[in-house]
Design a protein around this ligand. Structure first.
Ligand SMILES: C[S@@+](CC[C@H](N)C(=O)[O-])C[C@H]1O[C@@H](n2cnc3c(N)ncnc32)[C@H](O)[C@@H]1O
Length: 252
């Protein structure tokens, strides 16, 4: 990318609020509030997606969609709803971040503006790999949402989510009727690992594995004290909460 094009891109990038940290080339990196390269390193995205179709549900600025394309997926579809409609989410300018990044990267990622509750094979098709990253805890009815997600997943689902009620052996979920989680009223449920496994089996995935197993009680206790001291969270919820990644498959 030549200097004047990079300068022009930088001006456009700086005019938006970003969630994802995306390297657009020419030294231009979006100033996302999310440490996206770190989160990418945790989700176990296959290094080679050649010949695979990929659906990215809740794509926001599109980092994972562009990454799937970079890893040679044959087709990538990004979907979202809230973040692409402003109102406190995202750039405040609809899909402007996603569209600017797509143009800057010369990407052919397709986009569909659809609520997860309206996903169906008729609406978007079915996909070899489905990404459901950072969305589960935002939906009021997780079982219904995952039923929709399963309907468009032909084989592999990668799911990343807040988990809560860690240490409780039975499938359980914390309910956030208000702003209990991160002071965000759009957060509803924090399932524990067993509950995520149960939900995924219930909607038709035959094999489920945790990429990020539960951390030990002493680790969680020390981290909870640290988070409470920094004012990031209250002590007891912090002891029970984490983020976790699961891979689920439909195989005989
Ligand atoms: C925490 S962000 C995660 C963004 C991205 N998937 C990631 O992991 O970096 C949550 C995303 O889920 C989307 N979202 C929340 N509820 C949704 C719904 N019912 N249907 C579609 N997208 C939704 C938001 O618009 C937002 O883009």
């Amino acid at each position: 990318m030549d200097r004047s094009r990079a300068d022009d891109l930088l001006t456009q990038v700086r005019a938006l609020r970003w969630y994802h940290t995306i390297d657009l080339g020419g030294g231009v990196v979006t100033a996302g509030v999310d440490d996206t390269p770190y989160r990418l390193s945790r989700i176990g995205l296959p290094a080679d997606l050649s010949g695979k179709s990929v659906l990215d549900i809740g794509a926001w600025d599109g980092f994972y969609s562009f990454e799937a394309e970079r890893r040679r997926a044959s087709r990538v579809v990004a979907t979202d709803f809230y973040a692409w409609h402003g109102a406190g989410w995202g750039t405040g300018k609809g899909k402007a971040g996603f569209e600017l990044a797509r143009a800057a990267l010369g990407s052919r990622v397709e986009d569909v503006d659809v609520d997860v509750m309206d996903l169906s094979p008729e609406r978007v098709g079915t996909f070899d790999v489905v990404l459901f990253l950072g969305v589960l805890y935002h939906v009021p009815d997780p079982l219904a949402a995952l039923t929709r997600v399963s309907s468009v997943a032909a084989d592999m689902l990668i799911i990343e989510t807040v988990v809560d009620m860690i240490g409780i052996r039975r499938p359980a979920a914390a309910f956030y009727p208000g702003r209990e989680l991160n002071d965000d009223p759009t957060n509803w449920w924090g399932p524990n690992h067993a509950a995520v496994h149960g939900l995924l089996h219930a909607v038709g995935f035959t094999h489920v594995r945790s990429l990020t197993p539960e951390r030990s009680a002493p680790y969680r206790a020390a981290r909870a004290v640290w988070h409470a001291m920094k004012g990031k969270n209250r002590l007891v919820p912090a002891y029970r909460q984490d983020r976790a990644v699961f891979h689920a498959f439909k195989r005989q």
